[in-house]
Design a binder for this molecule. Sequence first.
Ligand code: SF4
Length: 357
Amino acid sequence: MPSPSLQEALLNWFAKNSRDLPWRRTYIPYHIWISEIMLQQTQMDRVVVYFTRWLEQFPDIASLADAREQEVLRLWEGLGYYSRAKNLIKTADLLCRRHGGTLPDDHGALLLLPGIGPYTAGAIMSLAFNRSHPVVDANVERLFSRVFNLATPTKEKQTHNFIWQKAKELIPEGKARFFNQALMELGALVCLPRAPRCDNCPVRDYCEAFAQGVVSERPVAGRTKEIIPITMVSGILHHQGKIYIQKRLPGDVWPDLWEFPGGSIEENETEEQALVREYCEETGFAIQDLKKIITIKHSFTKFRVTLHCYHCCLQNCETEPTLHAAQEYLWVTPDELEHFAFPSPHRRLINHLAGKL
Ligand code: SF4
């Protein structure tokens, strides 16, 4: 019997080994779109949880278009990169006004929508509409760097273009939906970054890096991102049973999320001195009675943040701030904190205080 082609080997493997994911049960375009946006920068297991919750609240494009921004941000909380959530609302609104509340079966039209780039457009076209468009994520880059034994980093322009071209050429007629997913799934489950499972790999016979004995050298490493450590302080300000929160500025990091004031600790400053200064600079409040709660470590983009968290009180009875780093403020009860979208480290602080950490 002749051996199957690389495509057949992959498709057969996928038919038997693909994970049961909620959006794979229907391939509804809206489901594919939401899952693909969530999957950017987020692990699959977490996305399944967020996706399921999301569909309960926003079952279709119309319900998302009608949503309040804070409602969406609260649901998105913890996934990071909040511009993705804001773009989802904008796109849902555009889809309702211009496309009858559906995603267009048109690559060019998809690329015109906020937050949809070549990767997501390709994913929607192939997974939702089964059209022959390539989808290259980090798993496919790694897989191809090994199968084609690429001796340059996958992010280099020529290598990047080669991978996308190959991903397009290889799609079997009428099978884009399963073939593209099979590539990504193989990268995620078998052709792993550190210990690829070559013994169980359906495309081993086609893998040049395996044949050459250089699997551990592929993909070739590119420039590593510089990691910037930051030490910060944040304070929960209490007054008569309520807590002060403020809404961050639109152009800021974590735009439009709520927070407890604070900021970076400057050279030669103690944590307490930094918090007193930050409160004064951001709100005009003079604070006292600082009491340490917890230190939280958090990573986002290139930053590694160490956040020292405190309780504090007002020095006087003036409760109206002068806002210098926020667009809005509120005094809320501890229970009401549930209703607002906070950056991840602040939510972890809230959960810690509620005994959930
Ligand atoms: S043989 Fe090994 S390195 Fe090659 S594609 Fe399969 S898992 Fe990856």
